[in-house]
Write a protein that binds this ligand. Structure first.
Ligand code: RUQ
Ligand code: CUA
Length: 619
């Protein structure tokens, strides 16, 4: 009996595969390799940029292999990249040693990815950062953003990278630093939506304006496009304005509000200086006083994700506590605000009549969170509670579907387990690339080798090129991908080395003759140093105890992959200098003695010989 059961179990999946038609095989059970297999010597088709959650970093993987290929340190030191050791990276990180990265957003031109920058948020310390995709390095960290607490609803990029739009998860008394008892939450606390202005040439970010909101907890958002260009959308899960036991107290109302924010109008209000307050130097817009900046739209209970379809017409919002995803028609929304079809107002902000703007409620399943689009008229919603992804059809729907919305649902697949976000390449652009879906699962429940009580996160790759979704493979990640962005590899064009002629560091040196150790103050020594295979020039640095020692280290290599490190024993220092770059490191030589420094990046057959001595003479 037992062996019969086994036989049956073995035969069943083979049988299913057999009638699966031409679509890729998930597990190679038919003898072939899985569709995610990238043969030796070949490269992945897409870059996948994962947010690193409370690791504070971004992880880069290849798609479809799901293999991690790089870490981009952003908010947290990373000795492997020398990040957080150089003067520049230390300054950028400021006083913080971590961040909580949730939502990466790629820069766009004309509503499609342009491959220039990746923006990420820091939920914890209210910051945003810009990574250049030319060298995969963090270039700017902006913040803490004034008046803003819990920068979660971010970073959403507008179709021409005009703005990064960010909203607060937490509300506090404003300006930040003001005290009021949490019991006075409703009266004294506020949330904020900020427009972070992006320089079109340099990508430099600054806070342009802010919109004051009631103390709702803003959740996920997205930016409009096409007919909804100029707008951004956020859900909120606490329109009850509860300040304690949110699990219960913020789950009272059957509907919460989404905010539809007209950022073009906000920009105009600031340009025309329409009687604005400034708070902490930032123009603060009260939407009750400036008509047209913000509208509330009722949305199903305790919503989470809200995503604009590729056409920009359909806005899909999911209520965690209601098994539906609500689709709003942006066209109807525009008509409703023109006709002032409101069902009331909240603190001076019009609440749009729900029935006037809703196109339908799709019964996707339990615990819907986020929706992605494939560009073929299909939407894919993650279901946390059900551990599934539901595929459904975007409007226009026929009469039958409208009468029975379950007809809009076309497929469902299990994931393992408890999916949060999901990503399809280009989903937030006007022309998604489709083909693959990556499910980012929160709980793995023993599917991988046991690594003790702290389990890794899992990602699962789903082939969405056919009618039916097909599970292909899974992989594990470090803590903790929330959202991700995926883009075809040829959209990104990274450099190989920093070219000598582009190095504008004032203390760069290219010739060993110009290097040296110089006393530049009573307690100050400046070192101009060169690193090349397999030697430092100079390789002896003599200082007095107590000196502040500044090293300007140039890696003069112009050869790809020829990185040199700079570790100083017992001085808590590890620089990493890529070819053609100059970095500045400062230490205080407070311990007398002789301290070796050495190259930490294996660079040549004589890498081990690449060392020198820091002599610290006692005072
Ligand atoms: S949230 S699992 Cu921080 Cu993006 Cu939805
Ligand atoms: Cu230079 Cu190892």
């Amino acid at each position: 009996m037992r062996s019969l059961t086994y036989l049956f179990l073995l035969v069943l999946p083979l049988g299913l595969l057999g009638c699966g038609g031409s679509s890729a095989s998930g597990d190679g059970a038919d003898g072939g390799a899985p569709a995610s297999y990238v043969p030796l010597g070949e490269k992945d088709d897409y870059y996948l940029f994962y947010s690193g959650g409370h690791s504070g970093q971004v992880f880069v993987a290849g798609l479809p292999s799901l293999r991690e290929i790089q870490e981009i340190p952003v908010f947290t030191p990373s000795p492997g990249h020398g990040y957080g050791f150089s003067k520049k990276s230390k300054k950028m990180m400021g006083e913080y040693r971590w961040g909580d990265v949730h939502h990466p957003g790629l820069s766009k031109t004309d509503g499609t990815y342009d491959g220039r920058w990746l923006f990420v948020n820091d939920n914890a310390n209210n910051r945003v950062a810009r990574i250049s995709l030319r060298d995969f390095k963090t270039k700017q960290i902006l913040g803490p953003i004034p008046n803003s607490m819990g920068n979660h609803g971010s970073s959403f990029v507008t179709p021409n990278t005009e703005y990064l739009l960010v909203a607060t998860r937490f509300s506090v008394p404003l300006p930040k630093g003001t005290h009021a008892p949490v019991e006075t939450y409703e009266e004294n606390f506020n949330g904020i939506v900020s427009g972070v202005d992006i320089d079109p040439e340099t990508g430099e970010m600054e806070v342009g304006w802010q919109v004051k909101t009631p103390p709702f907890n803003w959740d996920l958002g997205s930016t409009g496009k096409g007919p909804s260009d100029g707008w951004a959308f956020w859900t909120s899960y606490n329109t009850e304005m509860a300040h304690d036991s949110l699990e219960i107290n913020a789950s009272q109302r059957d509907r919460d509000y989404a905010a539809f924010v007209n950022w073009e109008r906000a920009e105009k209000v600031v340009e025309n200086n329409e009687g604005l307050n400034r708070r902490n130097g930032v123009p603060l817009i009260d939407p009750a006083e400036h008509e047209g900046v913000m509208y509330f739209v009722p949305v199903s209970k305790s919503p989470h994700g809200i995503d604009a379809s590729p056409s920009g017409r359909w806005i899909a919002a999911s209520g965690k506590l209601q098994p539906t995803t609500t689709v709003f028609d942006f066209k109807q929304f525009k008509t409703a605000i023109e006709n002032e079809d409101f069902q009331g107002e909240f603190r001076g902000v019009p609440v749009v009549n729900y029935d006037a703007v809703v196109e339908g409620e799709v019964p996707v399943g339990q615990g819907p969170l986020h929706t992605q689009f494939d560009g073929e008229g299909n939407a894919y919603t993650s279901l946390f509670i059900e551990s599934s992804v539901t595929k459904w059809k975007l409007p226009p729907w026929d009469k039958e579907t409208k009468e029975d919305m379950s007809k809009a649902v076309t497929d469902k697949i299990s994931v393992h387990y408890n999916i949060g976000h999901l990503v399809i390449p280009g989903s937030d652009t006007k022309e998604p690339y489709g083909n693959w879906l990556v499910a980012m699962n929160k709980l793995q429940k023993g599917r991988g080798l046991n690594v003790g009580p702290e389990k890794p996160e899992t990602s699962q790759l789903i082939d969405i090129s056919g009618e039916e979704m097909e599970m292909i493979e899974e992989d594990y990640t470090r803590p903790e991908p929330h959202f991700a962005q995926a883009v075809p590899a040829d959209v990104i064009n990274p450099i190989e080395v920093y070219k000598k002629e582009n190095n504008d560091h004032p203390d760069a040196r290219w010739d060993p003759e110009n290097t040296g150790v110089e006393r530049t103050g009573p307690d100050e020594v400046t070192v101009h140093m060169i690193a090349k295979r397999s030697q430092y020039y100079p390789d002896k640095v003599e200082v007095q105890q107590g000196d502040k020692v500044t090293f300007h280290l140039t890696n003069i290599e112009q050869v790809s992959d020829m990185i040199h490190g700079f570790g100083i024993a017992q001085y808590n220092m590890n620089g990493v200098v890529p070819p053609g770059d100059t970095q500045t490191f400062t230490i205080t030589a407070d311990e007398a003695g002789v301290y070796p420094f050495y190259c930490t990046n294996f660079c040549s057959a004589l890498h081990q010989e690449m060392q020198g001595y820091l002599e610290v003479k006692p005072r």
